[in-house]
Design a protein around this ligand. Structure first.
Ligand SMILES: Cc1cc2nc3c(=O)[nH]c(=O)nc-3n(C[C@H](O)[C@H](O)[C@H](O)COP(=O)(O)OP(=O)(O)OC[C@H]3O[C@@H](n4cnc5c(N)ncnc54)[C@H](O)[C@@H]3O)c2cc1C
Ligand SMILES: NC(=O)C1=CN([C@@H]2O[C@H](COP(=O)(O)OP(=O)(O)OC[C@H]3O[C@@H](n4cnc5c(N)ncnc54)[C@H](OP(=O)(O)O)[C@@H]3O)[C@@H](O)[C@H]2O)C=CC1
Ligand SMILES: O=C(O)C(=O)Cc1c[nH]c2ccccc12
Length: 405
């Protein structure tokens, strides 16, 4: 951990970077810093590592990309892990990862504000932390998106976001409206079918659905391999050929494909293609009903764009997530108003004045690993220069009289 010095009860100077967030990105960059001999401090709002995975995901979740795309730097998954580890296996891997690299975040520290003021000032509810470097690792999925839908406050039953959905057991035999058809909407709907519920899934827009595998090979792995040799659009064309071959024409099921190809769309907008793990066959057999956009929620159900009205017992909003960076990071124009780096991949990991960003590439965990290696290398170079010179870490400039805690 970064050793730190205390000026008074509330001010703390950190030797090495301050990392905000102890998810996979915060852990990965920490491990890479450790490998480079750079101390650091992680601030995490929750009371555990990987809180998205531990607290905000459903029981049946599995990684949908194969292991080689989800491992963090310098430590592989255990050999007994399957190709698509369960969320429990992934969490246990991250726990071992933190232990292996002796990563000990400061929990229950919510960063409320961070700003560059000659150095980084990072404010939590308890302390203000100072550092030369700030690493943003709060994730692309920091907060649930809860849309305003007309009349939703009048609905008689429970309305929950997919981030609090655990299992279909609570919804047994119910008529459930699932708003949203990304990977969460599809997998929640599929899980509901296992408990004899009747999911009605709202598909208001176009959507790419791809098989998770074709002839036993991961579609994502195929795409990554082809991207080394072919232009993006040709890879997308090939993926769509595979999808048509394997899934048939999905337009007829109410799942219209966007004009832009799946990987191009993901890179341009962040919209992840659905990797099918069984929902499509439930749609084909009519157990998951595809509905057009909702116009209004009523006391007992919902009205739809095509004029239908249906009764429901519960509503699940599988309406996605957003970054929270604009809420707390001030005085920089490095991020868009949606909290994503303005600088295009692969250069979005480094800002100005010692600002770094890990895990915002829209490329999942493999993107996190690339960022983490780059960031740690860059900071390590500066660390060596600073510590090689007379002015070790610079903390003395600020706090000549401070005491080592
Ligand atoms: C249901 C689901 C399944 C997914 N499956 C996959 C998959 O199979 N493969 C894949 O590659 N990607 C997947 N993803 C994408 C996912 O975002 C990444 O896997 C991964 O969790 C990103 O790691 P991260 O550390 O960047 O963000 P997160 O995991 O979100 O971690 C960010 C951390 O920052 C903390 N934090 C946020 N704000 C503050 C603050 N202000 N102060 C202090 N701490 C803060 C949070 O509490 C959290 O612990 C999935 C996402 C979801 C929602
Ligand atoms: N097994 C796995 O690995 C899983 C991975 N994930 C990942 O987690 C991330 C988040 O996924 P997810 O939670 O599905 O979020 P997404 O952002 O991918 O999907 C949100 C969905 O909600 C829809 N939506 C939003 N607002 C409304 C509204 N007002 N009315 C109707 N529909 C609405 C969107 O439609 P529109 O496109 O029209 O805006 C979209 O279909 C993704 O990267 C995903 O891949 C998620 C689950 C499982
Ligand atoms: O699962 C996710 O959320 C991911 O972001 C993983 C991912 C990154 N790029 C993709 C392209 C197609 C399918 C999944 C992903």
């Amino acid at each position: 951990m970064g050793s730190w010095k205390k000026e008074d009860g509330n001010y703390v100077w950190i030797h090495g970077p301050v990392i905000v967030g102890a998810g996979p990105s915060g852990l990965a960059v920490s491990a890479c810093l450790k490998q480079n001999g750079v101390p650091f401090l992680i601030l995490e709002r929750s009371n555990c590592i990987a809180s998205l995975w531990q607290e905000k995901t459903y029981h049946c979740l599995k990684l949908h990309l194969p292991s080689q795309f989800c491992q963090l730097p310098f430590l592989s998954f255990p050999e007994n892990f399957p190709k698509y580890p369960t969320k429990h296996q992934f969490i246990s891997y991250m726990e071992s990862y933190a232990t292996h690299f002796s990563i000990q975040p400061r929990f229950k520290q919510t960063v409320e504000r961070a700003e560059f003021d000659g150095f980084w000032r990072v404010q939590t509810q308890d302390f203000e932390y100072f550092s030369w470097w700030l690493i943003v690792a709060t994730g692309e999925n920091a907060e649930p998106v809860v849309p305003e839908i007309q009349g939703i406050e009048n609905f008689h039953g429970p309305v929950i976001h997919s981030s609090v959905y655990k299992s279909g057991s609570v919804f047994r035999n119910q008529r459930v409206l699932v708003v949203g058809c990304g990977n969460s909407g599809m997998e929640v709907s599929l899980d509901l079918c296992r408990f004899n519920a009747t999911p009605h899934m709202v598909v208001r827009n176009s959507i790419h659905i791809l098989p998770r595998e074709v002839l036993g090979v991961s579609t994502f792995a195929i795409a990554m391999a082809l991207l080394k040799w072919l232009p993006l659009r040709q890879v997308d064309k090939f993926l769509l050929l595979l999808a048509n071959f394997s899934l048939g024409n999905t337009d007829r099921l109410g799942l219209r494909r966007p004009k832009m190809g799946p990987i191009e769309l993901k890179n341009a907008t962040g919209k992840t293609p659905v990797l099918d793990v069984g929902a499509l066959s439930q749609i084909k057999c009519g157990k998951i009903k595809v509905m057009e956009g909702v116009t209004e929620i009523t006391k007992n159900g919902a009205k739809f764009m095509d004029g239908q009205e249906k009764e429901f017992d519960s509503i699940i909003l599988a309406t996605g997530y957003k970054s929270n960076v604009p809420n707390w990071l001030k005085g920089t124009d490095f991020f868009t108003k949606d909290g994503m780096p303005k600088t295009a991949f692969p250069n979005g990991w480094r800002g100005e004045n010692g600002l770094y960003v890990v895990g915002f590439t829209r490329r999942g965990l493999i993107g996190t690993s690339w960022d983490a290696v780059n960031i740690a290398g860059d900071i390590a170079d500066q660390w060596r220069i600073i510590n090689g010179g007379k002015n070790s870490c610079g903390s003395k400039i600020l706090f000549k009289d401070s005491q080592e805690k």
